[in-house]
Design a protein around this ligand. Structure first.
Ligand SMILES: N[C@@H](CCC(=O)N[C@@H](CS)C(=O)NCC(=O)O)C(=O)O
Length: 205
């Protein structure tokens, strides 16, 4: 398998899952700052122009973080990275979609790339503030879901790898304070050997 990633991007969630699985895989760097996502060869392979993307063992390309995470967990059932049963699995997908499509794409993207949301430069600080408010609301809601549990759904699952990149971005890149429950979750995640290996490989340790 080959993971297309960029350091400190949301592809970190998939990188962690691959490290948890522990089977050999390749990493392929896509330099987002240099715009490599929009140029061949990557843009030919993945015209969506985003990471993560995974070339599977059967040679097929899979995109979209929740789909890749679900596929890896589902094809490596011994690790128990998916909860059992339709209700629990639906709740996991509900959380994954909220974290990626709402907190990341609507919230953090406003903070990191305000120019994508307004043609007027002087409006950008207001766009960023809206993004911060969205992220704070999202983190508050996720802290309530986590409650006093160690991991989002009780047992460790792919949802925790998505929560982790959001927590990490909030602290390191957006200067936001995490609710206590999420600060504890981030520390638990950082203590996992697979997370440490992925962070080290991305120069984030
Ligand atoms: N919905 C996508 C989100 C992927 C995404 O936004 N990736 C960002 C990096 S965190 C990206 O590749 N951005 C490139 C760009 O916007 O030009 C997914 O679930 O995979």
């Amino acid at each position: 398998m080959k993971l297309f990633y960029s350091p400190d991007s949301c592809a970190l969630a998939i990188h962690i899952i691959l490290e948890e699985i522990g089977k050999p895989y390749e990493l392929a760097l896509v330099n987002l700052r240099a715009g490599e996502q929009f140029k061949p060869p990557y843009a030919t392979l993945n015209p969506k122009g985003k990471v993560p993307a995974l070339i599977r063992d059967d040679g097929a390309l899979l995109t979209e973080l929740p789909a890749i995470a679900w596929y890896l967990a589902r094809t490596n059932p011994a690790l128990g990275l998916l909860p059992e049963g339709a209700e629990a699995e639906a709740r996991l997908l509900e959380l994954m979609d909220y974290m990626v499509a709402t907190v990341h794409m609507r919230g953090f993207t406003r903070i990191f790339r305000p120019a994508a949301f307004t043609p007027t430069t002087s409006d950008e600080p207001a766009v960023q503030q809206t993004g911060k408010d969205m992220v704070k609301d999202g983190l508050k809601l996720l802290a309530q879901v986590l409650g006093a549990r160690a991991y989002l759904l009780g047992n460790y699952s792919i949802a925790d790898t998505a929560l982790f990149y959001l927590e990490d971005w909030a602290v390191r890149r957006a200067g936001l304070e995490l609710p206590d429950a999420l600060a504890g979750h981030r520390a638990r995640m950082r203590a996992r050997p697979a997370v440490q290996r992925a962070l080290a490989a991305e120069g984030l340790a």
